[in-house]
Write a protein that binds this ligand. Structure first.
Ligand code: BGC
Length: 368
């Protein structure tokens, strides 16, 4: 199909015309005008990605962006990758821009179900396929979902806390949860995982349970409140490395860092350094290059009009719509001090960033 995508999509969207599905509509007229360009394998098409923010986790800019760029480049796709920086209004503006620029596939990580769905609706009205990236927009109706098995992520956090406590000889006691943001479906799935594992194990009592809103400072304050009320806490499931960092800062102020065990997620440099120092019992390594590759593979199939069913072999239920969304789900890995080096070997963290000021620990654990 010959087309001048930018102008065509803009004008058709303006008059509210419903375009046919993007499958098979990959054009070639604006190849190389922006984004990462054509990888030289003959495939053309343009994808737009909206990332949520850079504060709730450094992963979005330090891991996802470079991995997505590399995956699109390898696939010969042009790409526009933008970050909504925590603002639903910006999220919608970026969505409009990408639709007007004529992306063939829109890939989004929502900030909340409302703005996430609003963007999916706009894209679908313009005939653009949508892939939910990392977070499923509940009730959104995206065509595909790319993520990790997020209940398993949570189960690894719960089991990691139990194992860390038992390794210290702590076989019972009070623990607490600091969960992710209530607007993020993943936070619900993570909690399902750790709650179940801790219940099945039966050794520890959950005495406090609150959201830290994916915010390090908020998580630190939540910890202060928990600790004031339960000074006998032995451990905390803290849902990601950023919040764990906020909690550990408050533990240092109280002089209990390393005594009350904390979990994390994302295998960030900060998290890995806290693991090596024994402040964090572990972190979940989600190799975002796998997520990025899955998104690129799906986009290519959609653009070429191939059936993506052989790629999206899994499914995740959207409980609001009552439908199973075809999905690609990668497998997360629990990391302790002994395996921090594996994250570096996988190219997903730099020894230089992790080891600043803790060079001895890095050489002890073979992190280089
Ligand atoms: C992601 C986590 C991330 C959190 C905060 C979740 O949806 O799966 O990796 O730490 O959002 O950004």
């Amino acid at each position: 199909m010959v087309k001048s995508r930018g102008s065509r999509f803009a004008s058709l969207a303006a008059v509210g015309v419903l375009l046919i599905a993007a499958a098979g509509c990959g054009g070639d007229d604006d190849k190389g005008d922006d984004g990462s360009g054509d990888g030289g394998n003959g495939t053309t098409g343009k994808v737009g990605v909206i990332l949520p923010d850079s504060k709730s986790s450094v992963r979005w800019e330090t891991q996802d962006r470079p991995n997505l760029e590399a995956a699109f480049e390898a696939a010969g796709l042009e790409s526009i990758i933008q970050n909504a920086e925590g603002s639903p209004d910006t999220f919608i503006q970026l969505c409009d821009q990408m639709i007007n620029e004529g992306v063939d596939v829109l890939i989004e990580t929502d900030l909340d179900p409302d703005s996430g769905k609003a963007c999916i609706d706009k894209a679908k009205n313009a005939g653009i396929a949508v892939i939910d990236y990392d977070r499923l927009t509940l009730g959104g109706g995206a065509d595909y979902y790319v993520s990790f098995d997020n209940v398993v992520v949570g189960a690894q956090q719960g089991q990691g806390l139990i194992d860390g406590l038992k390794a210290k000889g702590v076989t019972e006691g009070n623990i607490a949860f600091i969960n992710g943001a209530a607007t993020d479906n993943n936070a619900t799935l993570f909690k399902q995982g750790y709650e179940q594992v801790i219940k099945d194990d039966g050794s520890f009592t959950v005495v406090a349970d609150q959201t830290g809103d994916w915010d390090p400072d908020t998580a630190g304050k939540v910890f202060d409140g928990f600790y004031a009320e339960h000074p006998d806490l032995v451990g905390l499931v803290t849902a990601n490395d950023g919040m764990a960092g906020g909690v550990i800062a408050r533990m240092k102020a109280a002089g209990v860092e390393g005594e009350i065990l904390v979990t994390g997620q994302d295998a960030t440099a900060e998290g890995l350094a806290n693991v090596l120092q024994g402040y964090q019992t572990g972190t979940v390594f989600k190799d975002t290059s796998l997520e990025a590759k899955a998104a690129a593979d799906l986009a290519i199939a959609i653009i070429n009009g191939d059936d993506p069913a052989s790629i999206a072999t899994g499914s995740v239920n959207d409980s609001v719509l009552g439908v199973d969304v075809p999905s690609v789900l990668a497998t997360p890995v629990w990391i302790t001090a002994d395996t921090v080096k594996d994250v570096v070997a996988a190219g997903q963290a730099n020894a230089a960033d992790i080891c600043k000021g803790i060079e001895d620990l890095c050489s002890q654990y073979g992190v280089q």
